[in-house]
Design a protein around this ligand. Structure first.
Ligand code: WT7
Length: 652
């Protein structure tokens, strides 16, 4: 573990939003008087009906000491506001002609600059178009789009009329799309003819058509023309986006929403069952996304801010669209991939637009690091002043390369720890206030009360290691699992009653810095994307030749974790390499490319207890190639299977 400390660069501290003593004072106040602290912070937004002081925080995490046994989370609950008005209308006066979205296409020749005024006009028209299609407040709208400005337009148009968007990442399969449409009961899907990535097309409309065979409740499909490729078009059901925009009234009054009205649903993988619909609401979410965006990235009016995530993930929601636009920033949206046309694309784009703040994932850094320094050094990157990292722990080698080669040792790196469920960043350096340690997300943001607990829930003090929980609420926290509040309570508040359980393990050092060590549940983190092992297993067992499957993560040089699948075939099936290929293709088709197993081992038997429970601990060790330390195997029903598993292990 690296012991290096990088103090705040002097030049950076001078102009930063907040310094070390400012951070300490604000952090202390935020925990001592959360309602007072957030009442003040909430004023960064324009409210239609202001919240009253006693409605700022109304929270119960349940648990033993709670007055009320139920779990409920409400912030600013008697206030009303409109998210789109906060992201657009209020900026028209001071910065109507400022660029809101800079768009860089997959092809470097394609780009667009959309001002706040233009974005406001387009969102207003599309909001009217949605209303004309019969979309009402509270309706769920599924968005299955590539990284084009129309994705942000669709999100903001939903927010403007109080519809709840549910974005499904464009890399997901028709089956995954169908599952998400059906789960939230949406009657409308917004998609594109095709997506474009690294010069190749992605058949989004065709995927949607396939998904709708399994989601008969959908009555309306809106199609953005992106490539002009040939698609099927069902008259009556399908509508071109550009036709709707052309016909729509350009004036739309933003509809007041209660602070606790739902803003969006975003599906994420857990340790069991199907992906859950994480539900975020309006007021608290936007306060938290905007405030963290401003403080963590030290954003000023002249910054060119670039987050390389996809709007299909929460990072895209909070830190490409909602946080930056609420702050009136210029946010860059990139359609392509880091390695096309070549592996200097990120650095080219930084120079092209004069990007000052750059936020990406460790997996991207590792893959570009492998391409060598020369590709970076052909570019200037002189505009950069701050770098960010998100999605998984960043290994110290990648951190050092990012700092030295990309940032020329000039730019602090904010390693931001958070989750789909948290709505915004919870543990992070504030770049003008907190000295950095490579690999540590450092200290909690305002209002965040992390605790490290042992397996029994005992709170561990000082330098220690255990499971990470958050002891109290913050405004950006998810409110429920859509349609299944009981699952929300079970998943997050039952392991350690009265506390939010993150699912992550962590170490706290002698300076109080947090070091996230990874998931402690059956979730794996592949290239910064969450995948439930249970989901991959159920895709595998759906194959006609598969009897049983167990999936675990193992360390992977580029992806952080890779997917290792143990597969037991039906009697009489041949364990061939061709079948392995077929299984990989099968999982890609069932879930999407991000779920592709990296290694498959055919296993005549899986290690089980006498009661039939698969001992994943053993499977994990073998996948990690650490079969010398399997621990206690005496409870196995048939210890013999382990010998076979070790002999035929795939990660050597
Ligand atoms: C899980 C959440 C939040 C945006 C992207 C992922 C891991 C995330 C870090 C970080 C160490 C991290 C955790 C977390 N994670 N950021 N900076 N350091 N681990 O969102 O898909 O909901 O995944 O990603 O394990 O629980 P997500």
């Amino acid at each position: 573990m690296s012991q290096d400390i990088y103090p705040v660069p002097a030049g950076f501290a001078a102009g930063a939003r907040i310094d070390a003593s400012g951070y300490e004072a604000a952090y202390r106040r935020s925990l001592e008087d959360p309602a007072g602290f957030w009442a003040e912070a909430g004023r960064r937004l324009d409210w239609i009906t202001p919240y009253s002081p006693d409605a700022v925080k109304d929270v119960s995490f349940g648990g033993p000491g709670a007055a009320s046994g139920d779990v409920h989370i409400r912030w600013f609950h008697d206030g009303t506001l409109n998210v789109a008005a906060n992201c657009l209308d209020r900026h028209l006066g001071p910065r109507g002609d400022k660029v809101a979205i800079l768009w860089e296409g997959d092809n470097p020749a394609d780009s667009r600059a959309i001002t706040y005024r233009q974005l406001h006009a387009e969102v207003s028209r599309f909001a009217n178009a949605l209303l004309a299609l019969g979309v009402q407040k509270g309706d769920r709208v599924t968005i299955y789009l590539p990284m084009i400005p129309e994705a942000a337009v669709a999100m903001l148009a939903c927010a403007r009329i109080g519809a709840i968007h549910s974005i499904v990442f464009g890399g997901f399969s028709p089956d995954s799309l169908a599952g998400r449409i059906v789960d939230c009961g949406s009657k409308i899907v917004i998609t594109a003819d095709e997506g474009l990535r690294a010069g190749k097309t992605v058949p989004l409309k065709a995927n949607t058509d396939k998904a709708l065979d399994q989601a008969p409740g959908v009555e309306t499909v809106v199609v953005v023309r992106r490539t002009g490729g040939k698609i099927g078009f069902q008259e009556g059901r399908d509508h071109w986006y550009h036709d709707l925009i052309a016909k729509a009234d350009p004036v739309n009054e933003p509809a007041p929403q209660n602070a606790e009205d739902p803003l969006f649903i975003l599906y994420t993988s857990g340790s069991t069952g199907k992906p859950k619909g994480v539900l975020h609401t309006t007021g608290g979410y936007l306060v938290y996304a905007a405030m963290t965006h401003e403080y963590v990235f030290d954003v000023r009016d002249d910054d060119i801010y670039w987050c390389t995530a996809d709007v299909g993930w929460v990072t895209g929601h909070s830190y490409i669209v909602y946080g930056p636009l609420a702050n009136g920033a210029t946010t860059l949206m990139f359609e392509g991939v880091p390695t096309y046309p070549d592996a200097s694309r990120f650095w080219q784009v930084i120079d092209k637009y004069g990007v000052t703040i750059f936020y990406t994932a460790p997996t991207a850094i590792r893959s570009l690091m492998r391409e060598g320094e020369a590709l970076v050094k052909t570019t200037s990157r002189a505009s950069l002043r701050l770098l960010g990292s998100v999605g998984e722990p960043i290994n110290p080698e990648a951190w050092a390369w990012y700092h030295k080669v990309v940032g020329d040792e000039r730019c602090p790196i904010v390693d931001t720890w958070w989750q789909t469920e948290t709505g915004g960043i919870l543990i992070t350096p504030l770049p003008g206030a907190i000295a950095l340690k490579p690999g540590s997300a450092t200290l909690p943001f305002f209002g965040i009360a992390p605790q490290v607990v042992d397996a029994e829930g005992k709170v561990l003090e000082g330098a220690t290691e255990g499971n990470l929980v958050i002891a109290d609420s913050w405004p950006g926290q998810m409110r429920s699992v859509y349609g299944d509040h009981e699952r929300f309570v079970q998943t997050y508040f039952s392991t350690y009653p009265g506390k939010y359980f993150t699912g992550d393990g962590c170490r706290r050092d002698e300076d109080g810095y947090y070091w996230i060590t990874g998931r402690v549940d059956d979730v794996i983190n592949v290239s910064g994307h969450r995948m439930g092992t249970a989901e991959v297993e159920s895709a595998l067992v759906a194959h006609p030749k598969v009897a049983e499957a167990a999936v675990v993560g193992y360390p992977h040089d580029l992806k952080g974790q890779g997917i290792y699948a143990y597969v037991t075939l039906n009697a009489g099936e041949d364990p061939t390499d061709a079948l392995k290929k077929d299984l990989v293709a099968w999982v890609r088709r069932e879930i999407g490319p991000i779920a592709s197993p990296d290694l498959i081992q055919f296993a005549p038997g899986l290690p089980k207890t006498r009661s039939g429970k698969i001992m994943r601990r053993i499977l994990r060790k073998i996948a990690e190639n650490e079969f010398g330390a399997l621990g206690d195997t005496s409870t196995l029903a048939d210890p013999g299977v382990v010998t076979d598993l070790i002999e035929n292990r795939q990660n050597r």
